[in-house]
Ligand binder design. Structure first.
Ligand SMILES: *Cc1c(COP(=O)(O)O)cnc(C)c1O
Length: 423
């Protein structure tokens, strides 16, 4: 499937039925798989042959979705996880342990921020945050011989900062550190980080990949662009894994992906369910079409809000005067996605009355599905934070996050208009 364009891969990749088999991936709702010969099973356990034996490690329905996402990102393999959060956690655990550190963009999804700032330090993994807009020299200072990972987002949620890939890729290259990118809000339709120096991709497939707010999930993609062999930073890849018959992961064609699945998925068990694999697979059939529409709609909505007298500021990379417009032209030329944020002039109360006046656009703790939705972080996800902490987190009190859906743009704009009239 390598030579097809991205929209073709969305529809076709990951599953090729043999004659007489179901045209779309059947839901293999089974914990285990049958083998007639002991040796066949033994070969599977030794990773000598490929196949399914227990759905905590691999499942045919989940494999169809994993294969599709890997093809879309141009990677060697995908690993379906229970959620985007488990995809991020397993990525860290594959390379880092107590005493190590990871270097992380401070502009990331709130759940990921908590993982890095609170939970991983409790396990002895230190997290060093950097401002993604900081110059390379400042970010480089955070790297030492215990650094195992650089972690960023293509389009940061909810700050909508576009990543300067070249800057980070150069640092990763210079120090031989693994560079992972959460590509959830861009999707491989709008940006393929492999082309810009990334090594590992993480997705929350709960968002655009599924696209219908129906199935929680995550995917890790090993792009196969990082050489672990002989890199002294990664001893656990270069020394035999005694828990897996002395396997040396750096010697394998798929080093990261194999270690992640054989060791981390085996031990943590945060696997995607067959049902969610199925929903995500068929949902992602329309990904290319949807991303085009999400991007077009968001561009129209941003242009409308930009001119509205009650709007104090608006943030979408499609706007020519947006701080990230140049980076978007370079890394997101085909569309900048459906996420935007804006501020209404005046108090927090005005935000609440605006949100309540919306009729078509609903209030939800979700983004990136076909339906338009809004969230006011200061009164919901970020309500524990003081006014000062909100500023530090890049979330001003009047910030409203709008995830623009694929409805008709005129209806979305009309709904915003009538609600703004009531403020
Ligand atoms: C939602 C989200 C996550 C977490 O994914 P879940 O599937 O909710 O666990 C991670 N990264 C980004 C950018 C997200 O938007």
């Amino acid at each position: 499937m390598k030579n097809y364009k991205i929209d073709t891969l969305c529809v076709q990749a990951g599953y090729e039925p043999k004659s007489g088999e179901a045209r779309i991936p059947p839901i293999a709702q089974s914990t285990t798989f049958f083998y007639g010969k002991t040796q066949d099973m033994a070969d599977l356990f030794d990773l000598k042959s490929e196949g399914y034996f227990y759905s905590r490690l691999a499942n045919p329905t989940v494999a169809a979705f994993e294969g599709k996402v890997a093809a879309l990102e141009g990677g060697l393999c995908g690993i379906g996880c229970a959620s985007g959060m488990s995809a991020t956690s397993l990525t860290v655990f594959t390379v880092a342990g107590a005493g190590d550190n990871v270097v992380v963009s401070s502009a990331i999804y709130g759940g990921s921020y908590n993982l890095f700032s609170t939970t991983l330090p409790k396990l002895g993994i230190e997290c060093r945050f950097f401002d993604p807009d900081a110059p390379a020299e400042e970010i480089e200072k955070l790297i030492d011989d215990k650094t195992k990972l650089i972690f960023t987002e293509t389009i940061a949620n909810p700050a909508i900062i576009v990543l300067d890939f070249d800057k980070i890729a150069k640092i990763a290259d210079k120090y031989g550190v693994l560079f992972a990118v959460d590509n959830t809000l861009a999707t491989p339709v709008l940006c393929r980080p492999k082309e810009f120096g990334a090594h590992i991709i993480i997705h929350s497939s709960s968002k655009y990949l599924d696209g219908h707010a129906a199935a929680l999930g995550g995917v890790i993609v090993d792009l196969g662009t990082f050489d672990f062999k002989g890199n002294s930073r990664y001893k656990s890849f270069n020394e035999p894994d005694e828990s897996y018959h002395g396997l040396v992961y750096a010697d394998l064609p798929v080093a990261f992906g194999t270690k992640c699945r054989a060791q981390m998925m085996r031990d943590f068990g945060a696997i995607m369910s067959p049902q969610n694999g199925f929903i995500s697979y068929i949902g992602s059939d329309t990904l290319a079409l949807r991303m085009e529409r999400h991007s077009e709609n968001a561009k129209k909505v941003a242009a409308y809000l930009k001119k509205h007298p009650k709007i104090e500021w608006i943030n979408h990379p499609s706007l020519p005067d947006n701080k990230y417009n140049k980076l978007a032209q370079k890394y997101l030329p085909d569309g900048q996605g459906g996420m935007l944020s804006f501020g209404i002039k005046g108090s927090v109360e005005k935000c609440a009355s605006f949100m309540e006046a919306l009729k078509l656009i609903t209030q939800e703790t979700h983004v990136a599905d076909v339906r338009s939705c809004v969230l006011h972080p200061a009164s919901t996800t970020h309500r524990q934070l003081s006014e000062e902490d909100l500023k530090k987190a890049g979330v001003p009190h009047n910030l409203i996050r709008l995830s623009v859906g694929i409805e008709n743009a005129a209806d979305i704009i009309a709904d915003l208009e009538q609600a703004l009239a009531k403020v």
